[in-house]
Structures are given as structure tokens and as C-alpha cells.
Write a protein that binds this ligand. Structure first.
Ligand SMILES: *Cc1c(COP(=O)(O)O)cnc(C)c1O
Length: 365
């Protein structure tokens, strides 16, 4: 019986053609035509003025924070229920993450709790569009405008996600994407930053390349990094972007199949709430308690089906632990499972997953 992983990239289309162009031309490092072609096509896809490539989605967030001038003495409000990179990059910038709880229905940060967490030191809010469902951007944009806070969107899991038709990442001051191997479009490792203010965008471009002066060779007038993407990664990214609509359509169909097939089971799928486009980075299930969650995962594992638990809460991690109780996120984190969610799943594989999940609850009944 073949194993079904949680994720697997689809590397067909023009991937090998474009990569071979890099190899035969010799442009394998961080200069080359695919960099700008990928940046321009990506900006156009999400509806941004411009975009700049980076080596992964984590440094993308760090670069955005640095370019906005977030640093020591500042607080950044972030959901604790997120992937750890959202939080680590705040700490790396020298700022302090201030954790808030999430909402049960959408799994996204609770805007009312953002408002309540603002102090005189708050500099920015980080909205994370978790598992492909957008955050409440009306509420979060209003809070950031009224309270004069930067809004950074971590869209690593939000490629293809829209709030009232508008692509996530275009609501705030800066936004970041990840192209890790299991993200909706991939470059192996890779990321992208977009920013509203052209000056912030320009600072991102300089900071990612050792802070080099645009006019004087080997002159570095700011503390920069090497966060550049390679032309080979960008070649893969451009080919992936050409397939993006197909990937998103099959992921949506998969999520709808799971929702239909599990409708009468004691589980909740992650359905879109409000006027949103859910991109279903991950198709998830919430079961009644953590014991069932672990048991169901073992049952699926014995059937050769890989699953992932929901993220652990960031405020429980040793390096950024707080004594807060964030009951919604803590509860979600203990009860959630991600199912295989990639566009290349065959109908036989989908059938096997659905049968196996249903079989678990029939056996338990
Ligand atoms: C994947 C991910 C990141 C980090 O991206 P990498 O490319 O793995 O560095 C950041 N935030 C969230 C929410 C993610 O899912």
C-alpha cells in the first residue's frame, strides 16, 4: 500500500524547461532574468505594484520588519496560534511579540483582542492568514488605521486567499509569502515581500543585498543581510505561478469533497466564513478532543495516510513562553488535524482518505 503524504509539490509545466535555461546560460546565482520575471508576474497576480524575491518565507518577514523600522522597544501583536516563524522574526528584529487569541470559526486572530492588547509601545500588528483562510481584514485594517500601527500580513499560507475579492497581502504596509516545498506554489525554499510604500520596497531590496548603495560599488551604508533568491528558484517559481489557478481549483475541489464526505461525522471542516476566498493551503478537521485527534491520526497512519497536528501555541514554546491562558487557540491547537491537501491527489487516493476517516468513526460508534 503506497503512502499518501500530507503534501507533495507538482513540478510539471515549464519547471524543467526554465531550470534548464538557467543551467545552459550559466545564470544560476541571484542574478538573471527569471528573478524579475517572477517578481513582476507575482506582483501582477496578487495585485501589488511590485514584489521582491527572498530566500525563504521566514527572512521575508524579518526583512519586512526591518524595512519598516520595527526594533528594540517595540511591541508587535501576533496570534499565538501560528507557525513559529511569525513570532521568531519579531524576536529577531529586537521587538517583543504580544500574543493574542484566535477565533473558533475561522481559526484566525480575534480583532477585538488586538484592540485590547494595544499599549503605547505597540508598533505593528501581524495578521497571519492561517491554513489559507483570510483574517477579518475590515476590522484589522480599521484598528491599524485608527491607532496608527503598521500592518504586516504573513501570507505564507495565504497564496490565493482573498478578502472580498482582494488578494491578501495588499491590505497592509508590508506582506510576505513563502514558497517552501509544501506551500501552494513552491521554489523549494523561497519567499517574497511586497510593501505599499515604494520607499519601504526599496529598503527591502537594499537590505536583502547587504545594504549596498545603488550608486557606489562595495559601499554599504546600512546593516544589511544576504536574503537573495537564486535565478533557479525564480525559474521554478515562474513555472509554478503559471499553474497557480489550476492548483487552487483542485485544492478547492478537494476541500469541498472532504466537507461533503464528512458532513455527517462528528468533525468540523474549515469552511469559509463571510465574503472570502479560502485557498485551502491545508484541508483541516477539528474533532471533539485531543484523545480522538491522536487516535484518528494513528488510525490514518496505519492506513498509510500522513496527517499533521495543528500548530502548537507559540506562547507555550520555551524561548517565548508567557503565562497567558489563550483558551480558544489552546483548544483548537489540541483538536486539529491537517489532511493530505495537495492538488495532485488521485481520486483513488481521495477515496482512500475519506473511507479511512469515516471508518474510524464507524468503528468508534
Ligand atoms: C511556512 C510559513 C512561514 C515560513 O516560511 P519558510 O519559507 O518555511 O521560511 C512563515 N509563516 C507561516 C504562517 C508559514 O506557514
Amino acid at each position: 500500500m503506497s503512502k499518501i503524504p500530507v503534501y507533495q509539490p507538482q513540478l510539471d509545466g515549464n519547471v524543467s524547461t526554465y531550470v534548464n535555461e538557467c543551467l545552459s546560460s550559466g545564470w544560476i546565482s541571484s542574478r538573471g532574468e527569471f528573478i524579475s520575471r517572477f517578481e513582476e508576474a507575482f506582483a501582477q497576480y496578487v495585485g501589488a505594484e511590485a514584489a521582491t524575491t527572498v530566500s525563504n518565507g521566514t527572512v521575508a518577514i524579518h526583512l519586512a520588519l526591518e524595512a519598516l523600522g520595527v526594533g528594540p522597544g517595540d511591541e508587535v501583536i501576533v496570534p499565538s496560534f501560528t507557525y513559529i516563524a511569525s513570532v521568531n522574526t519579531i524576536i529577531q528584529s529586537g521587538a517583543i511579540p504580544v500574543f493574542v487569541d484566535s477565533l473558533t470559526e475561522t481559526l484566525q486572530v480575534d480583532p477585538a483582542l488586538i484592540e485590547a492588547a494595544i499599549t503605547p509601545r505597540t508598533k505593528a500588528v501581524m495578521a497571519v492568514h492561517l491554513y489559507g483562510h483570510p483574517c477579518d481584514m475590515d476590522a484589522i485594517v480599521a484598528i491599524c488605521q485608527n491607532r496608527r500601527l503598521y500592518l504586516i500580513e504573513d501570507c505564507a499560507e495565504g497564496f490565493g486567499s482573498r478578502w472580498k475579492g482582494q488578494h491578501v497581502g495588499t491590505f497592509g504596509d508590508a506582506a510576505t509569502f513563502s514558497f517552501f516545498g509544501n506551500k501552494t506554489i513552491t521554489t523549494g525554499e523561497g519567499g517574497m515581500v511586497i510593501a505599499r510604500d515604494p520607499e519601504v520596497m526599496e529598503r527591502c531590496r537594499r537590505l536583502k543585498s547587504q545594504g549596498v548603495s545603488p550608486t557606489r560599488e562595495y559601499w554599504h551604508d546600512m546593516l544589511g543581510f544576504n536574503y537573495r533568491m537564486t535565478n533557479i528558484q525564480a525559474a521554478i517559481g515562474l513555472a509554478q505561478l503559471e499553474r497557480a489557478d489550476e492548483f487552487l481549483a483542485s485544492k478547492t475541489k478537494l476541500a469541498e469533497t472532504y466537507a461533503e464526505r464528512f458532513a455527517s461525522l462528528p468533525v468540523r471542516t474549515h469552511v469559509p466564513v463571510g465574503e472570502v476566498t479560502h485557498s485551502y493551503w491545508m484541508c483541516s478537521l477539528l474533532v471533539d478532543d485531543s484523545r480522538i485527534r491522536d487516535d484518528l491520526r494513528s488510525h490514518l497512519s496505519r492506513a498509510g495516510i500522513e496527517t499533521r497536528p495543528f500548530f502548537a501555541m507559540a506562547h507555550h514554546m520555551p524561548h517565548c513562553r508567557t503565562e497567558q491562558v489563550l483558551p480558544i487557540g489552546e483548544d483548537l491547537s489540541a483538536r486539529g488535524i491537517n489532511l493530505p491537501s495537495y492538488p495532485g491527489l488521485s481520486s483513488e487516493q481521495i477515496e482512500r482518505i475519506c473511507e479511512s476517516v469515516s471508518g474510524y468513526f464507524e468503528r468508534a460508534a
